[in-house]
Write a protein of this length. Structure first.
Length: 304
């Protein structure tokens, strides 16, 4: 038995965010499990393993940004455009509700030399990561940085450090076997201003323990991992919250999208008399509108 006091964090299976501190609040940490939502994304988009890994990593990091938002209707969108064969990859978080889409989620690439999925090549690194925070105000907050690697962990660490002036360590990982997502998750570590160098050194010394995070997560529950990684560093758990894949699209929202096309566009659709079918990029729901439906929408557009 370990002489040190054990924390006995309650075990919980499934996707969730665990937020806490180290060293009497000098360091903020956040661990996210995203296995189920990554599986859901893989199923919805019929994704190949490398694209599943890319989408899972992006959703994991976006969930970290999402749960930091305070207001009820606030959301964050992360848009990755790296010039790779996946095209643009977009994840949206409304607090713990995540969704993702990519121009092409069927990309297949050879494994890297170290046997890992080549997420960096699928996404590419010649481009930008754009973070759009909708705070319910007139103008959203937009932060943009150049991609460094396309592997996303380093890119998000760079985003936090450069755009939010918050030095951060980010580990992201997705473990895939065929069509099955075995584990997906991530860890964010943020030393707050004034954090002593010894503490930062201690974290860097331990970073190899969580660098391959999805592999670690297949061997032990996340609670045990946290206790193990941060033993002796005064780990305090402040909050746990569920995460899930969820798209809030609806016929009503699609109607609003059609109305926003404007009267001329709507009239053209009505004249063509073939109706309109709108699909959601995030959940692949289809919404069909007949010419009669479109006439109703035109009447509504004219009233506004
Ligand atoms: Zn949808």
């Amino acid at each position: 038995m370990d002489a040190e006091k054990t924390l006995h964090i309650e075990r919980h299976e499934g996707d969730e965010m665990i937020r806490g501190t180290l060293m009497d609040g000098q360091v903020r940490i956040m661990m996210c499990e995203t296995t189920q939502m990554t599986q859901r994304a893989a199923d919805i988009h019929h994704a190949t393993p490398v694209c599943t890994a890319a989408m899972g990593r992006l959703m994991t990091a976006t969930s970290m940004l999402g749960v930091m938002m305070k207001g009820e209707n606030e959301s964050v969108t992360v848009n990755i455009k790296g010039g790779g064969p996946m095209g643009t990859v977009v994840a949206v978080a409304n607090h713990g509700d995540l969704k993702v889409c990519a121009d092409d989620a069927r990309v297949e690439l050879p494994l890297r030399e170290d046997g890992k999925l080549n997420v960096g090549a699928a996404i590419g690194k010649d481009g930008y990561m754009t973070v759009i925070k909708d705070l319910g105000l007139r103008e959203p907050y937009i932060g943009q940085i150049e991609l460094v690697s396309g592997e996303l962990g380093i890119d998000f660490a760079n985003y936090f450090t450069v755009s939010e002036q918050q030095p951060s360590l980010v580990a992201l990982g997705v473990r895939v076997a065929g069509d099955a997502v075995l584990k997906a998750g991530g860890l964010l570590i943020q030393p707050l201003p004034g954090c002593p160098d010894e503490v930062i050194d201690q974290i860097e010394l331990r970073s190899p323990m969580f660098s391959d995070i999805s592999r670690e997560m297949t061997f032990a529950p996340k609670e045990e991992l946290l206790e193990d990684w941060f033993r002796g560093m005064d780990l305090q758990i402040l909050e746990r919250a569920p995460l899930r894949y969820h798209c809030a699209c609806s016929r009503y929202r699609m109607e609003k999208a059609l109305i926003s096309l404007g009267r001329r566009e709507l009239q053209t659709l009505i004249d063509e008399d073939t109706g309109a079918e709108l699909g959601c990029h995030f959940c692949h729901s289809q919404f069909a509108f007949s010419t009669e439906d479109l006439k109703d929408l035109l009447a509504r557009a004219s009233r506004d």
